[in-house]
Ligand binder design. Structure first.
Ligand code: AMP
Ligand code: GLY
Length: 422
């Protein structure tokens, strides 16, 4: 089979490495991929959002199955366009990807179908939003409606900060049209859990839970990033909580999307907060998380392509989806300065002995050398019987990888270790 994977980060590298385990896979094309992914797939320089060119490439190259991994092409209708040409895909159509593409949509969906989430108000008028903030409970959370590269959420600790965020989104258009509408919601507290799930619109199969580390600095300090590391499973996510989430969140969400005529097929990501009043949805993503995928897929024992195809074909209920009982830890190595400004173009040395466990996020090849080419550069994932061993082993890999200006957090997994001992 000839496969196509749309995207070019560490998540896509993890998906590609896993897909390659299937003996029927002859060739994988990554659009656009990156210099590290090029070790495992044929990278083609077509942007992940250039849907006409993606479709043309898929048709011309007789692609048998396509995986659309990032949010923007999904929201833009990449799956719809490929399927129109008869190419089966993993991922939701645009009318279902809206569950991530519009926070106003997802909040209204949860309210309509009684799915637990933070209380909220929607505003399209800045003055009304500012008036509301005069008396709103503080801290509060301001969210731009549309996609904003993961930066459209502001936790405001004071009324002034909240007003500032509203002005930046609605008047200064910091996130362009994504800020035309905003959500102002209740500030929740509790441990966060990421649960990625496979769904064919009927059955929901949650993958192993994970914990992201979003802040740039140790002890969850500094700016929000795309994610500086992950562990799986997440020790806060007990069997009882998992059962409750299936009953109150996962199945109701899939059923709600069906009732709205927006059947969701693909990977539905539940960003949850375990509050004192039970688990609540912080966000939905219409895709695999990054860097959650880099710990979740290495623990998948079943064949990924088979599971993905069952998701597409509506036969997930009959498909075996098994995860290892081990622990995984992924430490992200970034460029110093990320998520703000940073330099690129430094040579990367990844020893051959560990390259199977490295997922490259931002790199290019120049004159035969692998050079850094992004904020997040790579993730090193280790699997072990215990979380402590997985953490130690991920960090020893990180020490073997070198590039100038490398930066990483030293405490990935520390919170999970503590939770496990409580
Ligand atoms: P999101 O981009 O929606 O994942 O939000 C980014 C982060 O903001 C989440 O991972 C949470 O840590 C935090 N967050 C979002 N919504 C809330 C909320 N209602 N209460 C507290 N924290 C939140
Ligand atoms: N790691 C969070 C996300 O992929 O949105």
């Amino acid at each position: 089979m000839k496969l196509l994977v749309v995207g070019g980060g560490g998540r896509e590298h993890a998906i590609i490495k896993k897909l390659k385990e299937n003996k029927n896979v002859e060739e994988i094309f990554a659009l656009p991929g990156n210099g590290g992914i090029a070790m495992d797939a044929v990278c083609v320089n077509i942007s992940a959002t250039n849907i006409p060119e993606i479709v043309e490439f898929a048709v011309n190259n007789n692609i048998d199955y396509a995986v659309v991994a990032p949010d923007d092409p999904l929201v833009l209708g990449c799956v719809d366009a490929l399927e129109e040409k008869g190419i089966p895909c993993f991922g939701p159509k645009a009318n279902a990807a809206i569950i991530e593409g519009s926070k106003v949509f997802s909040k209204n969906l949860m309210k309509k179908y009684g799915i637990p989430t933070a209380q909220y108000e929607v505003f399209s008028d800045m003055k009304k939003a500012l008036d509301y903030l005069e008396t709103a409970p503080i801290p509060t959370v301001i969210k731009a409606d549309g996609l904003a590269l993961g930066k459209g959420v502001i936790i405001a600790m004071t009324r002034e900060e909240a007003k500032q965020a509203v002005i930046e989104m609605m008047q200064d258009k910091k996130f362009g049209k994504s800020g035309d509408n905003i959500v102002i919601e209740e500030f929740l507290t509790g441990p966060e859990v990421s649960v990625l799930s496979f769904t064919d619109g009927k059955t929901v199969v949650p993958m192993i839970s994970s914990m992201d580390h979003k802040r740039a600095g140790n002890n969850d300090t500094g700016l929000n990033t795309g994610g500086m590391g992950t562990v799986a499973p997440n020790p806060y996510y007990t069997k009882e909580i998992a059962d409750e989430c299936m009953k109150k969140i996962f199945l109701p969400t899939v059923n709600a999307m069906n009732a709205e005529g927006r059947t969701f097929k693909g990977c539905l990501y539940f960003g949850l907060m375990l509050t004192e009043k039970g688990p609540k949805v912080i966000e939905y993503n219409c895709r695999f998380g990054d860097p959650e995928t880099q710990v979740v897929l290495p623990l998948l024992e079943s064949d990924l392509l088979t599971v993905m195809q069952a998701t597409t074909n509506g036969t997930l209920a009959e498909c075996d989806v098994t995860f290892s009982e081990k622990n995984a830890c992924c430490v992200i190595m970034a460029s110093k300065g990320y998520p703000e400004s940073y330099d690129k173009g430094f040579e990367m040395i990844i020893p051959q002995s560990i390259s199977d466990n490295v997922y490259v996020a931002g790199a290019k090849i120049e004159n035969g050398k692998l050079l850094t080419n992004g904020g997040r550069v790579l993730g090193a994932t280790a699997i072990a019987d215990t979380l402590q061993d997985a953490i130690d082993s991920a960090y020893s890999m990180v020490e073997e990888i070198t590039f100038e200006n490398a930066y990483y957090r030293n405490d990935i997994g520390a919170k999970a270790l503590k939770a496990g001992k409580e």
